[in-house]
Design a protein around this ligand. Structure first.
Ligand SMILES: C[S@@+](CC[C@H](N)C(=O)[O-])C[C@H]1O[C@@H](n2cnc3c(N)ncnc32)[C@H](O)[C@@H]1O
Length: 218
């Protein structure tokens, strides 16, 4: 695995607002609460948390947060209720006894090999309390997503370091649906996300052939 640096994590910071917007939309639709009412005093796990910056926002909203990442690029120190662990997915799951109300899998699934992906989905239900939510963002698998995320974003615009992505690990919404179904989870939603390279911003969109969000529920 390559050693990531700030250049790798910088574009992800541009996704913070759209993720919050997506979660707000889903939480409103499925719980009728606003995100600030719902994401309060919850137990949140961020798998592949990167710098921990996204998760920090939800600790600031008084949630108990754990972030795990195989690399140690954490921006913030651990404090009560905000713990970042430098551990891989398998190591964490094998030793974990906690259950969570919300799990984040943001820009994570497309970095997992197929064995680890299977392992994650096999164990996801047991990591969750009843009626919990799993928020996902990832890359769809087709020639368009391959062209834009590798040829354009990595090689031409150089928005990301080369070899950030391996096409074979990209995942279609239908694959998420099948993995969810065979592991006692329901797929509540799939929504597209589009990128504007001029404004360097992401927004929710009906176009889900490249980047998309998904939500699972236990
Ligand atoms: C594209 S980054 C996403 C970071 C963060 N979720 C975000 O969106 O800002 C993917 C992260 O997953 C981590 N990762 C990859 N494989 C992992 C594994 N098996 N266990 C834990 N973390 C892993 C990488 O180190 C990297 O920080």
């Amino acid at each position: 695995m390559q050693n990531y640096n700030y250049k790798y994590y910088e574009p992800l910071e541009q996704m913070i607002a759209v993720r919050h917007q997506y979660m707000s939309k889903i939480i409103k639709k499925f719980t009728n609460l606003n995100i600030y009412e719902y994401l309060n005093n919850k137990k949140i796990l961020d798998i592949g948390c990167g710098t921990g910056e996204f998760l920090k926002n939800y600790h600031d909203l008084d949630n108990q947060c754990i972030g795990i990442d195989i690399q140690k690029n954490f921006k913030f120190k651990n404090v009560n209720g905000y713990i970042l662990k430098n551990i891989d997915l398998k190591g964490f799951i094998k030793n974990n006894k906690k259950k969570f109300d919300v799990i984040f899998l943001f820009e994570f699934l497309e970095h997992l090999n197929l064995e680890d992906r299977k392992f994650l989905f096999k164990n996801l239900f047991n990591l969750l309390n009843k009626n919990s939510l799993v928020f996902i963002s990832t890359l769809n698998k087709n020639i368009i997503s391959r062209f834009f995320s590798i040829e354009i974003a990595e090689k031409y615009l150089k928005l990301l370091p080369q070899n950030t992505h391996e096409y074979k690990y990209f995942i279609k919404p239908s694959e998420i649906q099948n993995l969810a179904k065979s592991n006692k989870l329901s797929l509540l939603d799939i929504s597209g996300m589009s990128y504007n390279p001029i404004f360097k911003s992401f927004k929710l969109s009906n176009f889900d052939l490249i980047n998309y969000f998904g939500t699972l529920s236990s």
